[in-house]
Design a protein around this ligand. Structure first.
Ligand SMILES: *Cc1c(COP(=O)(O)O)cnc(C)c1O
Length: 370
């Protein structure tokens, strides 16, 4: 699905030099590269604060801890997302309240959010799924009307830019109260292990986030709140410093690959190519299409037999997962999510694809569905 080896070969000297510098200095924890990466990502995103942490799941947890959400508080999230989003909500004793997604963008359906708000609702967690932003105009309006926090899960959309109704633009993860992201190797900005970060424009909250990520201390051995131990390794920071200058070129390469897929696959009646939110750039973390009138899993297996990888993100809706069992939920509450879980298929998309590869994949797929 990705080709991290070829990507590395092209920036080998920068990455290797960065890694060697960390080893030479032996500042493996909280080395200067961590601060430097935070500063550079802050500038790239045009946000006031970036706080690095150990992974994208921790970032979500740290966000909710710093906002002092209390057991029983309700947090609204899309039913069609990676498990991490719902997991940390439940882990903190908060109640995940799932909302169906939009059939076109696969992001949270903003028309359905208000019906789920109760006096206990404290936050909305939109997920900028597969590389493009959720409808942030509507989400921020609802949040301010009901005084809710907005935590943007930006693990799949770092570098995506949203254009508001008034034509102003902001980066994904920098529009709400807090943004969270992941540097898992296959993410658009991936390190060579685990990594994550939080973004905010709020000075006080930035201090609190940093404190929570560091055992609840701002001053060593003075613990003012319960925190966690969640750090970005210095080695990972050095790798990210080498990769960040390439992030826009990586997004452009993914975008170009998506355009070619669109051209080749866009006219087939059984294939629905991914829709693009006109208000957001798409950084194509995934190229996720829908198959109709054919059995998705049979097609996937036949592709695999030809040596073509594909993935189903996500095969089971969150409300059907045993871990999130809630007798109040039925499939009828999430018709779009249920349908997507049956019909979506993500094709290989990454920074190292050439037209020939995309043609090979597309031709095989077209043959299999016709
Ligand atoms: C990858 C991902 C996460 C979690 O990131 P990790 O770094 O693997 O913990 C959270 N949310 C979404 C939407 C993701 O895709």
């Amino acid at each position: 699905m990705v080709d991290l080896k070829s990507q590395y070969e092209k920036i080998k000297s920068e990455v290797d030099a960065g890694i060697q510098e960390v080893i030479d200095n032996t500042a493996f924890i909280k080395g200067p590269q961590v601060k430097k990466f935070e500063t550079e990502l802050t500038a790239y995103l045009n946000v006031k604060h970036v706080i690095a942490c150990a992974n994208g799941t921790d970032a979500l947890q740290i966000a909710m801890m710093a906002l002092e959400l209390k057991p029983g508080d309700e947090v609204i999230l899309p039913a069609f997302t990676y498990v991490a989003t719902a997991e940390v909500i439940a882990l903190l004793g908060l109640k995940p309240v799932m909302v169906d997604v939009e059939p076109e963008t696969f992001c949270i359906n903003v028309q359905l959010i208000e019906s789920k708000i109760t006096p206990k609702t404290k936050a909305i967690v939109p997920v900028h799924l597969f590389g493009q932003c959720a409808n942030m105009d509507a989400i921020l309006t609802i949040a301010s009307k009901h005084r809710l926090f907005v935590i943007e899960d930006t693990a799949q959309a770092l570098g995506s830019v949203y254009t508001f109704g008034d034509r102003s633009k902001k980066s994904a993860g920098c529009m709400g109260t807090i943004g969270t992201t992941s540097f898992f190797p296959s993410k658009n900005l991936g390190c060579y292990g685990d990594g994550g970060a939080l973004m905010t424009n709020d000075d006080e909250l930035a201090k609190k986030l940093r404190m929570v990520a560091n055992h609840g201390q701002a001053i060593q051995y003075k613990h003012d709140c319960i925190g966690v131990n969640s750090r970005l390794d210095t080695l990972q920071a050095a790798i990210l410093l080498a990769k960040l200058p390439h992030l826009d070129a990586y997004a452009a390469a993914r975008h170009q690959a998506a355009n070619i897929y669109d051209q080749l696959l866009g006219n087939h009646p059984k294939i629905k190519i991914p829709a693009r939110n006109p208000q957001s750039t798409h950084v194509f973390h995934q190229y996720t299409m829908q198959l109709t009138g054919v059995d998705r899993d049979t097609v996937r297996k036949a592709l695999a037999d030809k040596g073509i990888p594909s993935m189903v993100y996500y095969p089971i809706p969150l409300h059907q997962q045993k871990a999130f069992y809630n007798p109040d939920y039925t499939d009828a509450d999430f018709p779009v999510t249920v349908e997507l879980c049956k019909s979506v298929l993500s094709l290989p998309i990454h920074t190292e694809m050439d037209e020939e590869m995309i043609q090979f994949i597309s031709n095989n797929l077209l043959e299999l569905v016709s």
